[in-house]
Ligand binder design. Structure first.
Ligand code: PEP
Ligand code: MN
Length: 261
């Protein structure tokens, strides 16, 4: 099967080179997002991630800046030139978010939201489709089919860990799914070791394992001061840790005969 390449802004995901998409779980302020984006760029990242609309398990938890983040993101994109991926949580956000994101992220909680998938299937903007928390591999691919059948073939799959009997880590990262998705589908596959493990200390190991298993890239949470992050700080790498991971990644990719996008 011929692997697809998906263009996201000025970057390309899939088809050989390995692309790293990094940024905070949530966009919090100009200072936080700009310093993070500058770090992603200087480390050779392909693009930025950052939550604007957050789907939180606890309704009391920070729900994201929402539309307030649009101006921050536009400023940071203009200053760094990096493309940007963010989650869409409701079909009613399509119009506004379209101008801000280079790819829509469909989060784990919304993988089964077929109304949302049908809406995005009608567009041509790329969709990063995360695997549902408890989704079978087959259900994940059928969710991708909703996009393709609507006419949007710009699909990127993202394994972000699943729920199993094991509670020692936030989720169980399914490395099999990376290799299987590469074998069974034409879509680029990103790995999200941040949500996959839920522990910053485990993120580098799982990130490297995913690269070795054939992933086309990473979606990774980083923050200038993880302890102060408004969401997912415990699984976010600080800049030093991110830089160390990028160094190891370059060595691994070299050994595998691959390059960073
Ligand atoms: C995220 O990427 O910040 C996120 C909420 O991810 P998931 O949908 O995988 O939980
Ligand atoms: Mn997060």
């Amino acid at each position: 099967m011929e692997p697809k390449q998906v263009r996201v802004g000025s970057s390309v995901v899939g088809g050989g080179p390995f692309s790293v998409w990094a940024g905070p779980c949530s966009v919090e302020s100009v200072a936080q997002f700009l310093t993070t984006a500058t770090e992603v760029k200087s480390q050779g990242g392909a693009g930025l991630r950052g939550g604007i609309f957050k789907l939180r398990t606890n309704p009391q938890a920070f729900q994201g800046l929402g539309r307030e983040a649009f101006a921050i993101v536009q400023q940071v994109k203009a200053e760094t030139g990096l493309p940007f991926i963010s989650e869409i949580t409701d079909p009613r956000q399509v119009g506004d978010l379209c101008d801000v994101v280079d790819a829509f992220q469909v989060g784990s909680r919304n993988m089964y939201n077929y109304a949302l998938l049908k809406e995005l299937g009608g567009l041509r903007k790329p969709v990063l489709l995360k695997r549902g928390l408890s989704a079978l591999f087959k259900e994940w691919l059928l969710a991708a089919d909703y996009l393709v059948q609507g006419g949007n073939e710009n699909v990127i799959l993202c394994e972000r860990g699943i729920r199993t009997f094991e509670t020692a880590t936030r989720n169980t990262f399914d490395i099999n799914a990376i290799a299987l998705a590469k074998q069974e589908t034409p879509f680029p596959v990103l790995a999200d070791p941040s949500h996959g493990t839920g522990m910053a200390s485990l993120v580098p190991s799982v990130a490297l394992a995913a690269a070795a298993a054939g992933a086309d890239g990473l979606l990774i949470e980083i923050h200038p001061d993880p302890e102060k992050a408004l969401s997912d700080g415990y699984q976010s790498l600080n800049f030093k840790e991110f830089g160390a991971l990028m160094g190891q990644l370059r060595k691994l990719l070299h050994a595998l005969g691959r390059t960073l996008a």
